[in-house]
Design a protein around this ligand. Sequence first.
Ligand SMILES: [Zn+2]
Length: 93
Amino acid sequence: MSRTKYDEDCPGCRPVAIDMKTGRPLPDDHPMMRTLAAIWQKTGPLHKAAFHRVTCLNNKSMLDLALAREYIQEVEAAAKGDPQGDDAKPTLQ
Ligand SMILES: [Zn+2]
């Protein structure tokens, strides 16, 4: 599968968080995943397209990485203070 543009249906475009204990993606009902999804809904097309280029197309452009990190940082800020957040990490993979 090769997509050149961001697509709402592209599975690789959906941000995921990793369980730091197991190294596996968290289930959708984990608080961190809910935070990821809530912020993703508010994320604009510019950031979504950048996220897609970084995660799906393995693009290493500084601008795209910076935009994708902005989203991750927003998630980390929102998850701060959540006791379950310590074991979970949003990822660009
Ligand atoms: Zn994608």
